[in-house]
Design a binder for this molecule. Structure first.
Ligand code: F6R
Length: 364
């Protein structure tokens, strides 16, 4: 049942800390503070490339994963939505890894891509919540996200659990490729282990998130902006808003705004910024100033240092706990999803069963 929550989505939002924590328990040896992977059919040291593919929210998790795998493990990464990757026929070196991400393990486009990546000689690794699924059976290696059942059509805790798996995987690959030593690994693991309690603190920001929701609920169009590893979190926020509130939302890499979408900006188009002070912050602030100068109303998710800088620019600020920039995307995904939920409450939409959507899309 819903355990006293109004919707499954609300319950599952509150399960973020547990989903992240359980996933870490599966992947981290508490004694050595090292990431433990299942046995791999390939050597990460000589891996030519990783091809990430998924749909919807799982794709945005994969997009964050690309930043981690490139920056930490220095791996060449290709990423595309499954319905495109499947038919793109990219040149692949046999021995690469096809990395599929799926909550259900049954999504038709992702499964079809799994099969075409296998036919192209790739090792198949999947990040799944339902491990005993078709994708689970057809994978060489399954990395389980331990999120528990997700009932709400809109994905919540599975998203942060996917991010957690991909973060830990990136640390393990960095170590295997000689790019970090044991101390480096322990430091990254420590910042991961810190996430569940920081995630719990996010729920203390309910009033600020509801103040944002009141503005967003009045809008017809909303822009979500982020840079670097927070850009996919902006995309996740825009998707969740579209899905459950039927408000049109678009995500842009903040630096790309001046190349077109800035012409949309006026008082009627709120701008939701995902901008911890630790990630390309000065550049994001100047992008937000450009929007502000054109009458845009800025709603910002940032930390205490970022909040100081954004006073006078942002109309509402959700002050997030301080975390290592490595794990910031995991933490910032949470309030972004809560915002969509709060807007849906104001709009009175069917939160758990949005129109036209199914939990698992088993047709192409
Ligand atoms: C977003 C959402 C969908 C799924 C997508 C993939 O809230 O629920 O976009 O993320 O359909 O589903 P899985 O992860 O089961 O492959």
């Amino acid at each position: 049942g819903k355990d006293g929550y109004r919707h499954y989505m609300e319950k599952e939002l509150h399960e973020h800390p547990v989903a992240i924590g359980q996933t870490l328990q599966r992947m981290i040896d508490p004694a050595t503070r090292r990431v433990v992977l299942p046995e791999l059919p390939f050597d990460p040291e000589s891996l030519p490339r990783v091809s990430i593919t998924a749909c919807g929210s799982a794709f945005f998790a994969g997009f964050v994963g690309r930043y981690w795998l490139e920056a930490l493990a220095r791996l060449p990464v290709d990423i595309d939505v499954a319905s495109e990757m499947r038919y793109r026929n990219p040149p692949l070196t046999p021995g690469g890894v096809g990395l599929l991400i799926s909550q259900s393990g049954e999504t038709a486009d992702t499964l079809g891509t799994l099969r075409s990546l296998r036919a192209a000689g790739q090792h198949i690794m999947s990040v799944l919540n339902v491990e005993h699924s078709t994708m689970g059976r057809e994978s060489d290696v399954v990395l389980g996200m331990v999120a528990g059942p997700e009932i709400s059509v809109a994905s919540t805790k599975a998203f942060t659990a996917q991010l957690t798996v991909l973060a830990a995987l990136s640390v393990a690959f960095a170590r295997a490729r000689g790019l970090i030593d044991a101390a480096g690994e322990q430091a990254l693991v420590a910042s991961l282990l810190d996430v569940p309690s920081r995630a719990t603190e996010v729920f203390a920001q309910g009033d600020a998130i509801r103040a944002m929701a009141a503005i967003v609920a009045e809008a017809r169009d909303v822009l979500y902006l982020g840079r670097g590893i927070c850009y996919p979190i902006a995309q996740e926020g825009a998707l969740k808003l579209k899905e459950i509130t039927y408000i049109h939302a678009e995500a842009y890499a903040a630096g790309e705004m001046k190349h077109g979408p800035i012409s949309l900006i006026d008082r009627s188009v709120p701008i939701v910024a995902i901008c911890p002070s630790t990630i390309l912050f000065d550049k994001t602030v100047s992008n937000l100033q450009e929007a502000r100068a054109r009458g845009g109303r800025i709603l910002a998710f940032t930390d205490a240092i970022g909040a100081e800088r954004l006073r006078g620019i942002a109309e509402v600020i959700v002050v997030m706990p301080d975390v290592d920039p490595f794990v910031a995307p995991i933490l910032y995904a949470i309030p972004v999803q809560v915002l969509a939920y709060e807007v849906a409450l104001l709009k009175g939409t069917d939160v758990d069963q949005p129109r036209n959507l199914a939990k698992s899309v088993t047709v192409e």
